[in-house]
Ligand binder design. Structure first.
Ligand SMILES: Cc1cc2nc3c(=O)[nH]c(=O)nc-3n(C[C@H](O)[C@H](O)[C@H](O)COP(=O)(O)OP(=O)(O)OC[C@H]3O[C@@H](n4cnc5c(N)ncnc54)[C@H](O)[C@@H]3O)c2cc1C
Length: 299
């Protein structure tokens, strides 16, 4: 059977794309191998009507809503390969089956690399986060650390300072701040630690302190990091999609990439803020783009 659309990735971007395709009577399969970037956290914030929801509950509600649309099928599988031949996409999934579709939407998200500190994974998602707009409120006015090893450090320090004035910046042995940036941070009372971090202390994901090479320790209750991001799937590159300087897939206002029939949405775009509600909106836009193209082709 030739499907109207295959959506690859079942986070908020792919789920909302699937909802809009379902409502447009399009025969759709959504593939998701369920390894979202926010799997480490217990609460998602900033999505009106869903503020504070557990990421798994968010997905569960979305799947229940999609179950009302018999023309949308969800497959909990990874897509391994996508080939384009003229106007038809052939999709190989890890169940060994082959599927064919007129359009595809990439909603595969990002994977991230955290600073190279042994225990950072124990705290990430509970008291250390990457997005102050998502998780700053819960850490407001507490003693915080920004742990940043890349050139987003200075900007991120300014952002986090909005949520807590009791802030230190730790570069974990990297020389990434200019003299002027250091002076500006110091002028706001932000102390900079350029020594390597030897350990993080705390319980059950809640940070209590940071120890640096040389033995100095400081009490901290949480903080932020600036992870390195890369595409969670190589499908966009395999299909020769164009990428922006940040490594996100370039799209127009309807989620269209430079490759005809390939649309992209959500974190894969890496074009500014990465949030659930933004990903969902971009998924919706891509679905409208797919629907508009199919309508023109069919009419
Ligand atoms: C610790 C943490 C906390 C966060 N907190 C918040 C918050 O409070 N509020 C907020 O708005 N945002 C938050 N975010 C950001 C939010 O999680 C992302 O912006 C959002 O999940 C992006 O949605 P997406 O659909 O683009 O990608 P994702 O949610 O990452 O979903 C992509 C899906 O595609 C699947 N996939 C990838 N490749 C394939 C393939 N080849 N085949 C099949 N499936 C595939 C993945 O397994 C995954 O399930 C947080 C992120 C992190 C890391």
């Amino acid at each position: 059977m030739l499907l109207d659309c295959i959506v690859i990735g079942g986070g908020p971007a792919g789920l909302n794309a699937s909802l809009m395709l379902g409502r447009s009577k399009r025969k759709t399969i959504l593939f998701d191998d369920n390894k979202p970037r926010n799997a480490v956290t217990n609460e998602s914030h900033g999505f009106i009507t869903r503020d504070g929801i557990h990421p798994l509950e968010f997905k569960q509600i979305a799947r229940e809503e999609l179950s009302k649309y018999p023309n949308v099928i969800i497959k909990k599988q990874r897509v391994l390969q996508v080939d384009k031949n003229k106007q038809v996409f052939t999709i190989k999934a890890d169940d060994g089956e082959v599927y064919k579709a007129k359009k595809i939407i990439l909603a595969t998200g990002l994977k991230e690399t955290l600073p190279n500190i042994a225990q950072v994974n124990q705290f990430y998602g509970t008291s250390i986060f990457s997005c102050p707009f998502c998780d700053g409120w819960e850490l407001r006015d507490r003693p915080l650390a920004l742990i940043a090893e890349n050139n987003r450090a200075f900007h991120m320090a300014k952002v986090v300072f909005n949520w807590s004035k009791d802030l230190i910046v730790c570069t974990n042995g990297k020389q990434i701040l200019s003299v002027e940036q250091k002076n500006q941070l110091n002028s706001k009372g932000i102390i900079i630690y350029e020594q390597e971090i030897t350990s993080l202390q705390g319980d059950h994901g809640y940070l209590k302190g940071i120890t640096f090479a040389g033995g100095e320790s400081i009490t901290r209750e949480g903080g932020f990091v600036t992870p390195e991001w890369e595409q969670a799937s190589s499908i966009g590159r395999d299909l020769d999609c164009e990428f922006n300087d940040q490594g996100g897939i370039k799209v127009d206002h309807f989620g269209r990439t430079n490759v005809e029939g390939v649309y992209a949405s959500g974190d894969t775009l890496l074009a500014g803020a990465t949030q659930l509600i933004i990903a969902a909106a971009e998924g919706s836009k891509a679905a409208l783009g797919v629907n508009a193209a199919l309508m023109e082709e069919d009419f």
